[in-house]
Design a protein around this ligand. Structure first.
Ligand code: GLU
Length: 443
């Protein structure tokens, strides 16, 4: 039988880390098994649901690279994929239970009658055997019985009822969702039993906690998937990072792409232990993915952040800018950081802002001028030849290389740390190097 899983968000907010995590694990299982991944919009809360949120959720999923096979925008043979468009189906099926005497009407609502003493234990694919009895259900307290509202007075279905109808008629084989839904599962099982339907496999995912071991929330910083994009994290790394919350790809396998994750993913290897959201780990993963990018892709990622810094990227050709980023190697954990660390390739302005030499004696200035005159006189403007020439000069003059390389680094980059200063000089070109040195009175 083909695996069919679904992500069923309520469009009442952006795609948050928790939702992205649930969507991702469903995607992994669908792709691992060669099955189908379905997007279903649970918009029965008419007050809080909007199309804008629906759109942001979808673009958040697209950004993460979680493509779906069926859903409101792509269609499919099990639609409609918005609950607000399935109201007839909810009502018709509720009527069936009323006719059977399993449910009753109260005003305009339809309520499922829960009988005591029923065993509602189930085997969760992640949490294992979970004991539950119908006597313990807490949906709605009437005289002794805890009945389940199916259709509310306003005609809208409740979550626990609609989810069963949809999962059944959409042929869902595995319900993969957050562990906060474990307590809902017995109620849903009651409905499966009443209809005489086979229930899907339930797999609940561990909770995500902040580093302080409290439930992840705004206090912990960014929570929506888009905030990570805007901070300069790459979708590949956020995907990689989220996949590692509650699952591991095997020993020492920390960096992987979507295909690799899908190949290795196993539902039964998801852990029950709450997963801790560690921003340092995200930074590390992002840096690893950044390093692995080919120069042009890397440029595409960094450019918007240079522009955000007000740097004139249009003044340079892409080959030059891509070469600059290649030279940057693994510097910077996010695209934003890498953009900031490499601003001096795009413009001299930020260098001038950062580096304002003080206390250079006229004697020192004269020596620096000699040194730089020697460098600028090099015919073969290559890092290697420049370095050889610099070494020869310091040796001849009995001085230390670092006392000359450092002012050069500062004048070119305005920074204490940078890639090899002669490499930087080569890439900037003789004209630009001369201009920067002249500005500081070093040439
Ligand atoms: N709309 C529900 C939620 O967002 C779906 C839960 C489920 O997957 O059953 O929590």
């Amino acid at each position: 039988m083909e695996t069919r899983v679904r992500f069923a968000p309520s469009p009442t907010g952006a795609l948050h880390i928790g939702g992205g995590h649930t969507a991702l694990f469903n995607w992994l299982w669908a792709r691992h098994t060669g099955g189908k991944f379905i997007l279903r919009i649970e918009d029965t809360d008419l007050q809080r649901s909007t199309r804008e949120y629906e759109d942001t959720i979808m673009s958040g999923m697209e950004w993460l690279g979680l493509d779906w096979d069926e859903g409101p925008n792509v269609g499919g043979s099990f639609g409609p994929y918005r609950q607000s468009e399935r109201l007839d189906m909810y009502r018709e099926n509720a009527e069936v239970l009323v006719k059977d005497g399993r449910a009753y009407r109260e005003d305009d609502a339809i309520i499922f009658k829960v009988l005591p003493g029923l065993d509602l234990s189930f085997d969760d694919a992640v949490y294992g055997h979970i004991e539950s009895k119908s006597d313990g259900l807490k949906e709605r307290e009437t005289e002794g019985l805890k009945d389940i509202v199916m259709i509310k007075g306003d005609g809208m279905p409740t979550y626990n009822y609609a989810v069963v109808i949809d999962d059944h008629f959409m042929n869902i084989t595995h319900v993969i969702r957050g562990e906060d839904h474990i307590s809902n599962t017995p109620k849903q099982m009651l409905l499966y039993k009443a209809f005489g339907w086979e229930q899907p496999v339930f797999a609940h995912l561990p909770m995500i906690l902040g580093k302080d071991k409290k439930k992840l929330s705004k206090r912990h910083g960014a929570t929506s998937v888009y905030e990570f994009r805007d901070m300069g994290y790459m979708p590949d790394s956020v995907f990689n990072f989220l996949a590692l919350l509650g699952w591991s790809a095997g020993e020492d396998k920390e960096i992987f792409d979507r295909q690799e994750a899908a190949r290795l993913f196993e539902l039964h290897r998801v852990t029950r232990k709450a997963a801790v959201f560690d921003p340092d780990k995200l930074n590390h993963i992002n840096q690893e993915h950044l390093k692995r990018l080919d120069p042009k892709t890397r440029l595409g990622l960094i450019k918007p952040f240079w522009i955000e810094l007000g740097l004139p990227v249009e003044k340079h050709d892409d080959d030059y800018l891509a070469a600059a980023l290649t030279l940057m190697g693994g510097r910077g954990q996010t695209a934003k950081e890498m953009a900031a660390f490499s601003d001096y390739y795009v413009s001299f302005e930020p260098v001038k802002e950062r580096y304002k030499p003080e206390g250079v004696t006229s004697e020192q200035a004269a020596r620096l001028k000699d040194f730089f005159a020697s460098l600028l006189g090099e015919v073969d403007w290559k890092a290697e030849t420049l370095e050889t020439r610099a070494r020869a000069w310091v040796e001849e003059n009995g001085v230390k290389m670092k006392d000359y390389a450092m002012p050069l680094r500062f004048a070119l980059t305005g920074m204490k740390v940078s890639p090899g200063v002669f490499e930087v000089a080569e890439l900037l070109g003789r004209g630009e190097v001369r201009k920067r040195l002249e500005h500081y009175g070093f040439a």
